[in-house]
Design a protein around this ligand. Sequence first.
Ligand SMILES: C[S@@+](CC[C@H](N)C(=O)[O-])C[C@H]1O[C@@H](n2cnc3c(N)ncnc32)[C@H](O)[C@@H]1O
Length: 254
Amino acid sequence: MTVFSEYAPWYDLLYRDKDYSAEAAFVEASLREHGVASGKLLDLGCGTGLHALAFARQGWHVAGIDLSHEMIASAKARAADAGLAIPFRQGNACETGPERDFDAVVSLFHVASYQTSRNALAAMFRTAHAALKPGGVFLFDYWYGGAVLAQGVETRVKVIEQPPLRLTRIAQSDHDEQAATVTVNYTLFCEDTDRATIRRVDEAHHMRYWFPFEIDSALEASGFQPAAHAAWLTRHAPNTKNWAAYAVARKNGT
Ligand SMILES: C[S@@+](CC[C@H](N)C(=O)[O-])C[C@H]1O[C@@H](n2cnc3c(N)ncnc32)[C@H](O)[C@@H]1O
């Protein structure tokens, strides 16, 4: 069983306010600025496929990989419903697969922070490198260490009502500053108010925050030229106000 196996059925409801199309448009503009405007795009850690579908609708030839069987099943169903032929497969982003000759690789919504060791991050970078053409562009986001240390962790509660469902998520985090990790202990209470049922789901997500200098050194060791770091959905440098940052790198060669 992988992380997200229990969480997956509730994932889209939890993030129903996240604007995947706007994010995909932002990523597309960033890729264009870095010289890639169209072609083949691989989504590493694609989850339930919402970014992948948005890219496909913009004309990209998209493929997606995710560790979670449940997330991939959801992505496949979504693509079939939309009539889009997107090859989604279950797989580990830290193991190089058969994907080759992509113009762009993206890895969005903290997939890089689910890799909690330098070795795992480097392995993920090698997968992206193997999948890209020379000169291809890799864009991914991560938890920015400067913001995590400045803000610290706190318990958060999120309630989502979509009658007859009510979802309450409690997130309690344990911060290990020496290891630069945060374990987020999620408890979900999933209520069906029509049926008067309630189900409890517990899942721990182990996360690593990163600093641009360590990302850059792992990128360089994996055959990339780091090109930019910025706060998520901005062009400004990563900063203490924003946990989410992203990096752009180009595969060496032309
Ligand atoms: C927060 S979700 C983001 C999913 C999707 N990118 C999105 O934006 O909705 C993180 C995803 O990363 C996937 N993941 C984490 N580690 C992975 C790995 N080593 N290989 C493939 N997928 C991984 C999880 O299964 C999960 O679907």
